[in-house]
Design a protein around this ligand. Structure first.
Ligand code: ATP
Ligand code: MG
Length: 341
């Protein structure tokens, strides 16, 4: 049987990139899974702390994320839906794994390298602004590995940007098994969606992100049609004439085509073919409509569920209980294996 695990940070309402790159796949896996397959979906609060968070906002975002996941169709009876920060087994395993993880591997993580580059003084490359770099930012891929391994997960539906972190998790599973000559952990596999890496609407050289400061750079799953239309109309494209699909020369335009193709579940080249000789206005109008069609249902459901405080708390309590129980089996084995029963 497969054990599916994935997580999302409570750093804001999910956007189109999260949905098309990961969340829609969670729902699909839930539908296609065999009865004996296990599914675990987690809101990973500890990961959010790697960047400064306002406590009240974080606390609200946790609840909103739970409501969003329910709204898109995660069924808490079929899947274990839970807050990572309510299961200490994740941090216990993360510590054990961090004692097996080579520094050099973590230093080669592109997410870390990007943070390091961003903290470097423009005039003096060797000068680093240390206030921007915390140890958690450096080691969180280990916590991510623990999130996966603590359930012995085998299938990990995450977006493109998480490939390297999943490689680390595979590595750590293998390192643990070899260090202790024990077959405790299975190797986790990446499960990608046919789609894609969705780019920022304002800077199509970087990915769409929940935590990017410019809110016009992303379409949220809870945006109304008028908000969607405004953001898509104002998105950065190019002045290279009629629409063509060319991700290198025309990242903004191609990003819109990618979004449209994913919304209508078609190949991006055949979608692009329909815009031969047409301009950005026609494309942008169609993109906004296709997004609305896809997210209208989840948006309405979100608005309904977020008011049901009692239900949300019950789902969280039940999820935490099941997650703890499930991971405790692994941890008993791990503790015994390392000699700390
Ligand atoms: P943050 O900026 O706070 O890191 P995020 O938008 O990157 O937020 P995460 O919570 O880090 O979201 O990731 C949740 C899931 O969404 C992951 O599986 C990740 O791979 C996927 N994902 C994030 N951004 C995109 C994107 N632009 N396109 C496709 N998938 C994405
Ligand atoms: Mg992210």
């Amino acid at each position: 049987p497969r054990v599916v695990f994935s997580g999302i940070q409570p750093t804001g309402i999910p956007h189109l990139g999260n949905y098309l790159g990961a969340l829609s796949n969670w729902v699909k896996l839930q539908k296609t899974a065999a009865p004996e397959d296990e599914l675990l979906f987690s809101i990973v609060g500890w990961h959010a702390l790697t960047l400064p968070q306002d406590p009240k906002t974080l606390s609200d975002s946790r609840m909103d994320m739970l409501a969003t996941l329910l709204a898109i169709g995660i069924d808490p009876k079929r899947s274990i839906l839970f807050h990572q920060d309510q299961n200490q087994n994740h941090t216990e395993l993360a510590w054990i794994l961090s004692c097996l993880a080579p520094m050099g591997k973590l230093q080669r993580m592109t997410t870390w390298k990007a943070k390091l580059a961003a903290s470097r003084n423009a005039n003096d490359e060797s000068e680093v602004d240390e206030s921007l770099l915390n140890v958690g930012l450096f080691t969180y891929p280990i916590l991510q590995a623990a999130d996966i391994m603590v359930y012995k997960a085998t299938h990990i539906p995450v977006g493109e940007d998480q490939k390297q972190h999943l490689e680390l998790a595979k590595n750590l599973a293998d390192t643990f098994n070899r260090a202790y000559k024990a077959g405790v952990f299975p190797s986790p596999h990446l499960v990608t969606t046919p789609c894609c890496r969705i780019l920022s609407l304002k800077d199509p050289t970087s990915k769409m992100s929940k935590s990017a400061p410019d809110t016009a750079s992303r379409v949220l799953l809870t945006d109304t049609f008028s908000a969607i239309s405004l953001k898509i109309k104002a998105s950065v494209t190019d002045s290279l004439g009629p629409i063509t699909y060319d991700p290198i020369l025309r990242p903004g335009t191609s990003n819109l085509l990618t979004i449209l193709a994913a919304c209508v579940d078609e190949d991006v080249h055949s979608v692009a073919g329909r815009y031969e000789g047409k301009g950005h206005e026609a494309l942008k109008g169609d993109v906004a409509e296709a997004i609305e069609k896809m997210i209208e249902g989840p948006r309405l459901e979100f608005e309904r569920i977020r008011g049901e405080r009692g239900y949300l708390e019950e789902v969280a309590r039940d999820g935490a209980l099941r997650a703890r129980e499930r991971s405790e089996e692994t941890m008993r084995e791990v503790r015994a294996t390392v000699g700390l029963p």
